[in-house]
Design a protein. Structure first.
Length: 308
């Protein structure tokens, strides 16, 4: 039989763990008809509630349920990578425990996988999300597709089913600063997209605040585009030209009118704006340097505290 590995990252999801299992197990008859066995790998990303205890209860009922607990919260990207390293399946799928990635789509995804290397999902709407969050999310995907050579689908979820070849390709990328949505596109492979309407959480609350999403988007931009560095370079060249022109203007005005005081307000405004651009460019360089610094350290992406 083939093996399907379902990776389920969890952070404070004690209410959702068992609900997800009951929904996922509804696919068991279909999987057996296709000679596919499965394993459920819950990655407990340093939860502060009873997520690990709930998974252990499920393991006592079903040995196909596995648990990997981190020593602290390393983030979803680390949890997804850990799941890939632990997965032994011929097919591997990422799924959220809150049921926003409906397990009922699995049969359709498995059927589509026969003719493709991976099957990915995207939401056709953002029902239930704050409007401002939806607005910036759409702008982010549009911007990334313009400044990066890696294709990213608007509304794409992490809910993706892959064959082993693609999984191995992703595992070969050991970078510390991970942005999996970009990695999916970078490794390539033929992908079939399945659309579905947004599903609200089955239980609990989202762990993604607006600020966390902003930081996550910065990670994506820095990881898969050098355009900000090019913008900083162009800005530097532009303001050098402007500064040289202003120097000539000031000298000529002094020689003709002999009034060095007039225009001080506009000069102050220009100086402040130029200083702001300089700080912005330094900040852009700092973002790239900080990530280079973390990569050079070669720290582990995650640390396992307990594994069942």
């Amino acid at each position: 039989m083939s093996l399907l590995s379902a990776i389920v990252p969890c952070y404070n999801e004690e209410e959702s763990v068992s609900i997800f299992y009951e929904e996922f197990i509804k696919n068991e008859a279909y999987l057996k008809s296709k000679d596919i066995d499965f394993e459920l790998i819950y990655i407990n990303d340093g939860s502060k509630d009873k997520t690990a205890a709930e998974v252990k209860k499920l393991h006592e009922r079903d040995e196909r349920v596995h648990l990997v607990s981190f020593s602290r919260n390393f983030g979803k990207e680390a949890a997804m990578f850990a799941g890939l390293e632990k997965a032994g399946g011929d097919y591997v799928v990422f799924m959220d425990a809150d049921l926003q990635d409906p397990p009922s789509l699995l049969p359709e995804m498995l059927e589509a996988l026969q003719d493709h290397d991976s099957v990915a999902t995207r939401r056709v709407d953002r029902k239930g999300e704050p409007p401002i969050r939806s607005f910036f999310a759409r702008r982010f995907y549009r911007m990334m597709n313009r400044i990066s050579q890696t294709e990213m689908m608007d509304g794409a979820r992490d809910y993706r089913l892959m064959k082993r070849q693609m999984v191995d390709a992703i595992l070969s990328m050991k970078e510390y600063n991970r942005f999996t949505k970009g990695i999916f596109g970078w490794v390539g492979f033929d992908t079939k997209w399945i659309e579905y309407e947004n599903v609200e959480r089955a239980a609990g609350e989202t762990k993604w605040s607006f600020w966390k999403l902003v930081l996550y988007s910065i990670d994506g931009i820095v990881a898969f585009s050098t355009m900000p560095l090019q913008i900083a370079s162009f800005a530097g060249i532009l303001f050098c030209i402007v500064a040289f022109a202003m120097m000539i203007f000031v000298i000529v005005r002094r020689l003709i009118f002999g009034d060095p005081v007039a225009g001080w307000a506009s000069m102050v405004c220009i100086m402040l704006m130029t200083s702001g651009i300089q700080f912005l460019c330094v900040g852009i360089l700092g973002q790239y340097l900080a990530r280079t610094y973390m990569e050079v350290k070669k720290r582990p992406i995650y640390i396992v505290k307990e594994e069942i």
